[in-house]
Design a protein around this ligand. Structure first.
Ligand SMILES: [Zn+2]
Length: 263
């Protein structure tokens, strides 16, 4: 799977350092903050807040008492809240109004949206979207349509463009990599660019990828297809990536250049 930001950034530093084995996992809720406690063979407590949702994890020595852990969380409460606020502000999807002249990302370019009155005025749910790559997006829709209806019309158009592109990419990469994708689909995901169920050989791709440069969609697809050769993100996995797509790090940087939903 191709996780947003955190995992992807970690992946740049491949091969990854060996992770300390997690002995036990539990959950503590303190003052409304949910903390996942990971018991490890370590000597000190370590608190981390992760994107994209501000998840809080505390790595603790196997024998640290619950009181010690709670005291640590309580003493760092303000810091945790500040980190969460920072992460959420960065990850927030812009609140589009879907009005004339607003700019929307498509294939890495910011294109102006033009709202054109649809001839079938009585049916606000009927819309037609024309995307002229690198130029503009024309949305033919009822003038009284809601932002939600316009958003759905655009999402459907992005989905159509993605559906038109992916089969050719899979057909290109399958023989090159010697793997077979049994099924693939598109999902709107908040924290992952793609996932691969290696047993079912099914790949899910995030619809948000249509906002990124075309290379990003291909990179995520190749990443997920490499999982059909190697499940983990290990040296063998990155060896395949380097072999099939030597420039993948550059695409990964493009993918993470802006927060989710910002491009
Ligand atoms: Zn992966």
């Amino acid at each position: 799977m191709m996780k947003l930001l955190r995992k992807a950034i970690g992946a740049i530093k491949s091969p990854k350092p060996a992770q300390t084995t997690i002995l036990r996992t539990s959950e503590i809720v303190l003052d409304g903050i949910t903390v996942t406690v990971l018991r490890k063979k370590i000597k000190t407590l370590r608190l981390t807040v992760y994107p994209p949702d501000g998840e809080v994890k505390l790595s603790a020595p196997a024998r640290a008492s619950e009181a010690t852990i709670k005291a640590m969380i309580a003493s760092r409460k303000d810091w945790i809240l500040a980190q969460q606020a920072k992460i959420l502000a960065r990850a927030r999807v812009p609140n589009y109004a879907y009005v004339d002249g607003e700019r929307h990302y498509f294939e890495g370019c910011e294109l102006p949206l033009t709202i054109l009155p649809a001839p079938y005025a009585a049916r606000p749910n009927l819309a037609r979207v024309e995307i002229v790559p690198r130029e503009r997006i024309n949305l033919h829709i009822h003038p009284d349509s809601s932002a939600e209806q316009r958003q759905m019309a655009l999402a459907a158009a992005y989905r159509r463009h993605m559906k038109a592109r992916v089969p050719d990419l899979i057909a290109h990469w399958e023989p090159t990599m010697g793997v077979q994708v049994a099924d693939w689909g598109i999902k709107q995901m908040r924290s992952k660019w793609g996932t691969c169920n290696t047993q079912a050989r099914r790949i899910w791709l995030n619809l948000e990828l249509m906002k990124k440069p075309p290379e990003c969609l291909e990179f995520v697809l190749v990443h997920e297809m490499v999982h059909l050769l190697e499940r983990g993100h290990n040296a063998r996995f990155y060896g395949w990536m380097d072999r099939f797509m030597p420039q993948w790090r550059q695409y990964q940087a493009m993918l993470n250049a802006r927060p989710m939903g910002m491009g």
